[in-house]
Design a protein. Structure first.
Length: 219
């Protein structure tokens, strides 16, 4: 059975396989350094069928970005945050973000690659902006509930809060090689990661709590 025959029999499975292998390649070698023929050699399909699905290498790269963000946001929707008190909901969201990024270093590398391209492929995507909007909507809802309950200070910016959470969780993965080389690998053991995870949660909760100045801790 040829690769193209398998593609016709299970097109969605093959498409997922292409995206998985391509994500690994783009994360490791960047857009310029990745080759369609190398991706095809590691998948259940052919170079011709990759072009059929994704048009060209840039189309495949954008599809990988879209799929990576879609998985992240889809998993966020499964957290059932509306059933938790606002501070507990925020803590769960932060912990999820830390765990997701740690478990998916290729996602972080893909984001880093796209930053080297000044996000022009993200801007060209018709899907990424809309699929990421729920992340801000989720924080808006948590903030509104937190203010109403008197446990979060007024005036919190959901986009800035998303930036704060993302930056710490991303740094943990993106800068691990250089940070651990300079300062040692203790923070990247299981115990060290557990401490960092809790520190990120505590830092953000301290920032949002009623009575905080938002500028370095509680009053």
């Amino acid at each position: 059975m040829t690769k193209d025959t398998r593609t016709r029999r299970d097109p969605e499975g093959v498409r997922r396989d292409i995206l998985r292998i391509a994500t690994e390649m783009f994360a490791r070698h960047g857009l310029a350094g990745s080759r369609i023929d190398e991706i095809a050699a590691q998948t259940r399909t052919s170079k011709r069928m990759i072009y059929y699905y994704f048009t060209d290498k840039v189309g495949l790269y954008v599809a990988c970005l879209e799929a990576a963000y879609a998985r992240l946001r889809d998993n966020e929707t499964r957290l059932d945050l509306a059933d938790l008190p606002p501070l507990a909901a925020l803590a769960r969201l932060i912990g999820f973000t830390f765990d997701h990024h740690r478990a998916n270093p290729d996602f972080i590398r893909l984001v880093m690659v796209e930053n080297t391209h000044d996000a022009r492929h993200l801007r060209a995507s018709q899907a990424i902006a809309s699929m990421n909007r729920p992340a801000i909507d989720t924080l808006c809802a948590i903030i509104a509930r937190g203010e109403a309950a008197g446990v979060m200070r007024a005036g919190l910016d959901p986009v800035a809060l998303h930036w704060q959470i993302s930056s710490m969780c991303l740094f943990n993965v993106a800068n691990r090689p250089t940070f651990s080389t300079i300062y040692g690998a203790d923070l990247f053991t299981e115990a060290g990661q557990a401490r960092l995870r809790q520190m990120v949660i505590d830092t953000v909760l301290c920032h949002v709590r009623e009575g905080s100045t938002g500028q370095g801790g509680p009053l």
